[in-house]
Write a protein of this length. Structure first.
Length: 125
């Protein structure tokens, strides 16, 4: 894929269901000049003298490949979605229990008010 790229071209970004990848062709001296960005991550290569041999430093270009396993993120997102769904279901159940209890209390109050009204009516007769 990098065979058609030139030094100085923008990095080539690719994404599949399993990975995100950034491919770049650059001068050996530029390998650590700016971080490679992939999704929400950044990778900075060590200085070229530490990373490449003297032979590598004399090359016309260096190709780099940085990839990130996106399955991990999808699994994390799936687990978070399941957790949110469980919380939502739990909240719905709690809301339903609260609503049922409120209805029960309202009926008790209505009954109590009705009894008081009936007593007051009986006392005025």
């Amino acid at each position: 894929m990098l065979s058609s790229r030139e030094v100085g071209d923008e990095p080539l970004e690719m994404e599949t269901k399993a990975i995100s990848m950034v491919l770049n062709r650059q001068l050996p001296s530029d390998i650590s000049s700016k971080p490679a960005k992939i999704k929400d991550s950044h990778v900075t290569f060590p200085p070229p003298g530490d990373l490449l041999s003297s032979e590598g430093m004399g090359m016309t270009h260096v190709d780099t490949q940085v990839w990130k396993d996106t399955r991990i993120n999808r699994e994390r997102d799936r687990k978070m979605d399941n957790q949110v769904e469980r919380q939502t279901t739990s909240q719905k159940k709690q809301t339903g229990k609260y609503r049922d209890k409120k209805i029960e209390i309202d009926r008790q109050l209505e009954g109590s008010i009705q009894k008081q009204t009936d007593r007051q009516t009986d006392n005025t007769d």
